[in-house]
Design a protein around this ligand. Structure first.
Ligand code: PBG
Ligand code: ZN
Length: 337
């Protein structure tokens, strides 16, 4: 295959005044992985996929890392923690000196007023199963099922602990029913009325989360990261009505922002929600979407710069107010404000 034709006008046009869709740095949220594990490099790099934005940051490097983000003019980060230790009950998610708690305190102290700190609230990086809920034996005795209600109490404690550490937003991503209302009331009763909730409301079950799992999960479950089936609690791609109900429920339960993920294949949902519900809406451009662009570009099949900008702007065009993307830093250099 010859050299890829660049649609040069896509980047040029973007800087022209004639555009009606205008992406700004404030729209972008950069994910950061902080890892207590030794080594500090990502599994995806080890496997030769080489995705720097998915690399793990050591706790001691957090400030330096966020400084680079702030220097680029980006004002929001979402923290994903990778703890040293996993157990059945995900207890390391609750440690007051846990990986997310420590990172949040450091960032807050150094960058107060400059960075919105969003913390992902889930247990799958902290437990042994890699599932987003606690498990219990099914009544039929045939295996294990996700125990929605016992998980809610744990998620509330984790969210409260993150709020205590200084998170501006907590972002429940486990898709347990009732997680928003439970977390809201836990936060309110502990005096964290100002801590906001960014709810991952319509998180579709997808193999596009694989690179994230390769990065965030330990060796322990790495062998079956690709086959872990979360479809009993994540939304199906052919069930838009359920996704809409999840979003409506989260808004009623007190969410301050809602998230739809993945992004590109769900822009019809974004547009529909934006038109029908006037509410702060975020999309997450997930790890597999990032990986596909990287892989195709590496093979010389597409122009990475052109398509990065084009696809992120499409999310804004569809109606997203905010965009969580591993491309945040790459895109920021094209934006003047
Ligand atoms: C887990 C979680 C996942 C992602 C964010 N939080 C993976 C999963 O549900 O298994 C995926 C993000 C990405 O792929 O970029 N709660
Ligand atoms: Zn999870």
């Amino acid at each position: 295959m010859g050299k890829v034709q660049t649609a040069g006008s896509v980047l040029d046009c973007y800087t022209q005044l004639c555009r009606s869709v205008r992406l700004q740095k404030k729209d972008l949220i950069f994910p950061i992985f902080v890892s207590e594990q030794r080594g500090g490099f990502s599994l995806s790099e080890r496997n030769g996929i080489g995705m720097p934005s998915l690399a793990k940051i050591a706790p001691k490097d957090v400030i330096q890392h966020v400084q680079k983000i702030v220097d680029q003019g980006i004002s929001s980060v979402i923290i994903f923690g990778i703890p040293n230790k996993r157990d059945v009950s995900a207890s390391s998610a609750l440690y007051s000196d846990g990986v997310v708690q420590n990172s949040t305190r450091k960032i807050k102290k150094e960058f107060e007023g400059l960075v919105n700190i969003i913390t992902d609230v889930c247990i799958c990086q902290y437990n042994l199963s890699g599932h987003c809920g606690l498990q219990t034996r099914s009544h039929k005795g045939t295996g294990r099922i996700i125990d929605n209600d016992s998980t809610l109490a744990l998620l509330s404690k984790i969210a409260t602990s993150y709020a205590e550490s200084g998170a501006d937003f907590v972002a429940p991503s486990s898709m347990m029913d009732g997680q928003v209302i439970q977390i809201r009331s836990a936060l309110d009763s502990r005096g964290f009325k100002d801590t906001k909730i960014m709810a991952f409301s319509a998180k579709h079950a997808s193999s596009l989360y694989s690179p994230f799992r390769m990065t965030a999960y330990t060796k322990h479950i790495n062998n079956y990261y690709t086959i872990i089936d979360k479809s009993s609690y994540q939304v199906g791609y052919a069930n838009p009505r359920q996704a809409i109900r999840e979003i409506q429920a989260d808004i009623q339960e007190g969410a301050d922002m809602i998230v739809i993920k993945p992004s590109l294949a769900y822009l019809d949902m974004v547009s529909m929600i934006r038109d029908s519900i006037d509410f702060p809406l975020v999309v997450q451009n997930v790890s597999g979407e990032y990986a596909m662009i990287k892989a195709a570009a590496r093979n010389g099949w597409i122009d990475e710069e052109e398509w990065k900008v084009n696809s992120i702007v499409a999310m804004k065009r569809a109606g997203a107010h905010g965009i969580i993307s591993y491309f945040t830093m790459d895109i920021a250099k094209y934006l003047d404000d």
